[in-house]
Write a protein that binds this ligand. Sequence first.
Ligand SMILES: [Zn+2]
Length: 396
Amino acid sequence: MLDELSRIGRDPATNGYVRDAWSPADEELREWFRQEAARRGLGLHDDRNGNLWAWWGDPDREPGVVTGSHLDSVRQGGAFDGPLGVVSAFHALDLLKGKGFTPSRPIGVACFTDEEGARFGVPCMGSRLLTGVLDPGRARGLTDDDGATMAEVLRAAGRRPDELGRDDETRARIGVFVELHVEQGRGLADLDEPVGVASAIWPHGRWRFDFHGEANHAGTTRLEDRDDPMLDYARAVLQAREAAEKHGIVATFGKVRVSPNNANAVPGLVSAWLDARGGAEQAVRALVEELSDGRSVSEESWTPVVDFEVPLRDRLAAAVGSALADVRAAGRRPAPVLPTGAGHDAGILAAAGVPAAMLFVRNHTGVSHSPKEHAEADDCAHGVTALAGVLEELAR
Ligand SMILES: [Zn+2]
């Protein structure tokens, strides 16, 4: 299945993926999901916010055990972030069906829309809208790099933007959500373990900085006459790095927009996006406050710390331990439990009170959001075995 997906949205120049929400590549991925659901005789539900659900059993009779992830990508992303969770979900269902398992409650495969926020700047769009933590009016008004609003983009994709927003009916079908994801760090590689369980997601957010100046000629404007916003932007980048070290967190300016963006002009406006995360919310807030001083800053998203439910987490760690007893040096002992600095739909659902948990699959280099992101085939297979064991535990 990963091979089938590997050609969709790939930039041949870099081998990185560009799979913006509601782009032609995204539509191809959504169609692939529909076909995989149909091939297995699963009931398909395309909800008001664009999330896709494939159901084995009737979730209106009883809330189900849901697994899955997302198929969109950051720009120039890797092949595993998102798709590994969706592919593993279908694969785990196949394993369970193959061994004649009859679930006591429905099992669902989810594909959340626009998880990365690559196009409109707000990550986990599908789960934020579903749970009502993001105002649909704000979502409709967000613009992409071409200046198109999300409402316009959705209409062009044949959808109804007026239907966006909190969806209690769909949410009520999720009894518990388990997201499998490629690890975006080297925690499991260091522990020599193929699969782990998430303890927590660090608090994280995105902020837009607008540095205003005066656009002018790069040759004829004397240095003392310039009002160059690029200088303050450069100071902010260095300051973010220093503050991150001081507070023991991470902070990144990874996206910048320069206007007019001419090699021979002093810019008139520099807009830059800060991503900051860390184990302690206070430290992240302190960094943003220090950087905001005297500058024009707006918060585009904020996600408080998510501590996954301990009993569910421990139950999953034990289930993974038994499922992988033959392949781990640790035998049947529970799988390791570790935190992550990356945001996920499972975190949004957990914060909204839905029982949720995550499994991570080892990524030897720890590189993610890059074409170099990688998980070994054996580890992916262990992830599927572990996920099938977890679904069996939750739906037996
Ligand atoms: Zn992801």
